[in-house]
Design a protein around this ligand. Structure first.
Ligand code: PGA
Length: 257
């Protein structure tokens, strides 16, 4: 029952790729290829680099494709050279903001605490966080996957009320599967997704847990998307590499139908 009620969300995380003209071309191609996909069943979002947000927003106007940012700072404004705030992203047309991506945790020192502050800012600006969690290979091999992911979920959601969390998107992205070509099996993904939903039911309640969209990310491709997306607790995909090719990304979107 719960699985049917949730829409799927397929988001393209372009990471640090594409100049502004290249981003426009890719957005235009994707827009054409996913036209007609009913957003109430499979919603599509694109997360270009900050500098391309406005151009891509204009390109997506009048479509059901949503705009996402890849990160934000938690203060609304002030002397924070180089940072971009949540209200700025909302004013640029973003519906979603990715927070706590493993590359941000790994290379830019983000912690559950700063991820939580960013998520708070995103919600405060009227957008939806896509909160990323996931274990490293070492942690998986030590049998610590559920403990690590559980701690990241709890830390990222700290202080949020059930009504807020119900609108969240979580993305389970095993670090060993990101950009490596090594995908979690659908059974491995489903196991962690179900554990996250059970944790949400314990932290909040079952109705809230049933509403949260839990995406899988990590080497999602047209060839493996359908199998992953048919798992009962896999509600979409956060796609990196394959989102840079319109045809591949559109095929993943259609695998969610
Ligand atoms: P990938 O990246 O699809 O290239 O593995 C996924 C992500 O980091 O969101």
């Amino acid at each position: 029952m719960a699985a049917q009620a949730r829409r799927k969300l397929i988001a393209g995380n372009w990471k640090m790729n594409k100049t502004v003209p290249e981003a426009l071309t890719l957005a235009r191609e994707v827009k054409g290829m996913v036209a007609g996909v009913p957003a109430e069943r499979v919603e599509v979002a694109l997360a270009p680099p900050f500098v391309s947000l406005l151009a891509v927003a204009a390109e997506l106007q009048g479509t059901e494709v949503k705009l996402a940012a890849q990160n934000c700072y938690w203060e609304a404004s002030g002397a924070y050279t180089g940072e971009v705030s949540a209200p700025m992203l909302a004013s640029a047309g973003c519906a979603y903001v990715i927070v706590g991506h493993s590359e941000r945790r790994q290379y830019f020192g983000e912690t559950d605490e700063t991820v939580n502050k960013r998520a708070r800012a995103v919600v405060g600006a009227g957008m939806t966080p896509i909160l990323c969690v996931g274990e490293t290979l070492e942690e998986r091999e030590a049998g610590r996957t559920l403990e690590v992911v559980g701690r990241q979920v709890e830390g990222g959601l700290k202080g949020f009320q059930a009504a807020e969390v119900a609108g969240f998107v979580l993305a389970y992205e095993p670090v060993w599967a990101i950009g490596t070509g090594r995908t979690a099996t659908s059974a491995q993904a489903q196991e962690v997704h179900r554990a996250i939903r059970e944790q949400l039911a314990r932290l909040y309640d079952q109705a809230t847990a049933n509403r949260v969209i839990i995406q899988y990310g990590g080497s999602v491709k047209p060839e493996n998307a359908a199998e992953l997306l048919k798992q009962p607790d896999v509600d979409g995909a956060l796609v990196g590499g394959a989102s840079l090719k319109a045809g591949d990304f559109a095929a993943i979107v259609k695998a969610g139908l």
